[in-house]
Ligand binder design. Structure first.
Ligand SMILES: *[C@@H]1O[C@H](CO)[C@@H](O)[C@H](O)[C@H]1NC(C)=O
Ligand SMILES: *[C@@H]1O[C@H](CO)[C@@H](O)[C@H](O)[C@H]1NC(C)=O
Length: 362
């Protein structure tokens, strides 16, 4: 009797177990089939993003953009305590005031440069290399009152923000943006620092291996500003950046080339990582905003908007204010860097400009 009961019990347990696994498998399949996007036979051919649907310009981005606008305060006010706290944390961890840029003072002959994008690579500073370093820090004034950091987002198209950007004491621009051709009304012309990614030398100027005059002439619109180069981030950046430096010297262009200090970029990456940013590399925009936060009492950001649709009109935007390519960013989540900048905006540490400006506004 007891043996039979035991047998019955065990077969019951085994049956239940089998049924359970079967059920789990079935549920697992159902859940996964629901989540996995249907296979598209020609994913490359899918060239109609949601934004071009005329009935709804922004089907899947609306939710994300609505959340941004909810967090974005139009009646922004600087919160002095939050600004002081953030700026001093940044200074004590990254020392941008002395270290953001390579100078003859912080990088003497014989010292060793460690590349921030490739830490196995180092470069010993020779007298020739040393002679290309800035003699002093390129922010002569360590405490500017207002600084504008201008990203190149399509949100600046027809924004009329040129006057207000130019009214800042110090203007930082990213990646050699065009300033003429009618853009000046929307992005201004004043430039104190302009960055250049070496990829632009490769794409537009034949890696500066041939004629260099077109490159040097393209720099005229930036006047006597500083050209900030990531010469020591990757090994292959150095030769092309040096060709840029020598072209500028040989053609006697008034622009002054300077270099990001890879040691600073490294500490800045750690600083943002400790605040939850998991990106492999920081964008030029957040790097320049960070430098500005150490130097400027009032930091204004323009042209920072990672979505393919305008926050107010929801109309489709181009990737940059000066091209006609569509933004590739997916709408499904907020890019982490922008999220952090939006946080700083909400805390009154810096001010993000997402709307159009009034012409003549100061
Ligand atoms: C430096 O900044 C201060 C405070 O904003 C300002 O009054 C002064 O004119 C600036 N100096 C230069 C050389 O621009
Ligand atoms: C910007 O303004 C110009 C001139 O008014 C207009 O032709 C152009 O379509 C506008 N561009 C966008 C993207 O709104």
């Amino acid at each position: 009797m007891r043996g039979q009961l035991l047998k019955l019990f065990f077969s019951l347990v085994i049956t239940l177990f089998c049924l359970g696994s079967l059920l789990t498998t079935v549920i697992w399949y159902m859940v996964n089939n629901n989540n996995v996007e249907p296979q598209r036979p020609h994913p490359k051919k899918k060239s109609t993003p949601d934004s071009s649907d005329p009935s709804d310009p922004c089907k899947s981005c609306r939710e994300v953009i609505d959340k941004v606008i909810e967090r974005y305060s139009q009646t922004w006010r600087k919160q002095e305590n939050n600004y002081q706290q953030f700026s001093s944390q940044l200074s004590s961890q990254c020392h941008g005031l002395d270290r953001a840029i390579i100078t003859q003072a912080n990088t003497p002959v014989g010292s060793k440069i460690v590349y921030d994008g490739d830490k196995k690579k180092t470069l010993k500073v020779t007298p020739e290399l040393f002679s290309t370093f800035a003699k002093e820090h390129p922010f002569p004034n360590k405490t500017w009152d207002t600084c504008a950091v201008v990203g190149n987002g399509g949100i600046l198209t027809n924004s009329s923000c040129g006057d207000i950007i130019d009214s800042a004491q110090f203007v930082i621009r990213c990646n050699l943006p065009p300033l003429g051709k009618g853009y000046e009304k929307h992005v201004g012309t004043k430039t104190d620092i302009v960055t250049a990614n070496p990829s632009i030398f490769l794409e537009k100027y034949g890696a500066l291996m041939g004629r260099r005059r077109p490159f040097v002439e393209s720099l005229h619109s930036y006047g006597k500003s500083r050209l900030l180069l990531p010469a020591f981030s990757y090994g292959h950046n150095t030769p092309v950046c040096m060709r840029a430096v020598y072209s500028i010297e040989d053609f006697e262009s008034p622009i002054q080339p300077i270099f990001f200090n890879p040691e600073y970029l490294q500490s800045l990456a750690l600083f943002w990582r400790s605040r939850g940013l998991r990106a492999v590399r920081l964008s030029t925009g957040i790097i320049m905003a960070s430098i500005a936060l150490e130097h400027c009492a009032n930091v204004h950001l323009y042209g920072f908007w990672p979505f393919g649709n305008h926050p107010h009109g929801l109309h489709a935007l181009t990737n940059h204010y000066y091209d006609d390519r569509q933004t590739k960013t997916k709408f499904h989540s907020m890019p982490a860097e922008f999220d952090l900048l939006l946080q700083l905006h909400s805390q009154g540490v810096l001010r993000l400009h997402l709307g159009d400006c009034q012409p003549g506004e100061k």
